[in-house]
Design a protein. Sequence first.
Length: 369
Amino acid sequence: MVDGRWRIVQTVVPFLVIGTLAAFTLGIEWGRPDLGVDLGLSAVAAVWVLLFRVVLMWWTEAHPAAIAVFVTVMIGLNLVLVLRQGWFGFLAIATFSFAYALVEWPWQLLAVGATAVVAGIAQSSSFARSSPLGTAAAAAVIALNVAVMCGLSWGLRVSQRQDEQAGVDAERTRLAREIHDTLAQNFAGIVTQLQAADQAPDAAARRRHSDAALALARDGLAEARRSVQALRPLALDSVRLPEAIANVVRSWSERTGIRVDVTTTGADRALPTGAEVALLRTAQEALANVEQHARADRVTLVLRVTAHGARLEVRDDGRGFDAAAPPATTADHGYGLVAMRERIEALAGRLRVESRPGHGTLVVAEVPA
């Protein structure tokens, strides 16, 4: 499938090239009896492009056989025109664009190679083919065209495969973050609540912790389904970011018993979906770290949204840690900071973590609008 930019190029450029070549031919061949043949072939080429790349564009791209017919006839018309007048080799600019953009690999090599032969014939049209030296020179020019253009096709194919692999790696990283931000956090909370229930002094306390664990399990199941379907986080389904963060904080505070003071400014300003998801996940991860590691009594969360972006601050009064030390990315600790940083930096944002042992922790995330 051709993207929008290529569609514009392939809609405009061929007609510009054909029109320019027709005008040039008209000026050079004015008065000659075969002028009408060259102009007629140019008109046929223009109508052919108009039919397949404008009128029937969507149908053509959906049918490989139609693409094969279109490109084959285009190469044939280009060859006939080149054999008549060498300057029609410039039409190969359009023919090459069709071959590269429309024909699937490995058939692309055949289309590109055939177009390169036409271009080589045009470039060597002034050679004296009656002599062995002229024939050899023409063959060398054609071979060079084929080698260069097919080599470019091969290079583009390699680059495409590398981009596809990079996309796979990026998706794996995204899924790892999603799993950590949803299932891992919920499982950790469930374990904490069940341990608390096991050590509870009375039935009421055990029931409270058991209910909290059950609620976390239900939330985790819902988030897992959302992640599989690649949808927005459940908390952002029907509300904007400030409300979603307030809901997450309220639920977290009720479950952990840790006080959280929330301040938001600019709540009426809209943010891109990606920015909202990243900031919500950062807030969730920061709170999860407070619950699991900080032993804090109080948390302050500040969200500021402006026309230029958003800034999220999460500060706790817990035991802190050495922020300058390399993070210990074990199975149950450390990946959260890495995931937060990757998620924010993927949006051209910045993440800063300030902490010292005994002095709490501050997490600051900033993303552009």
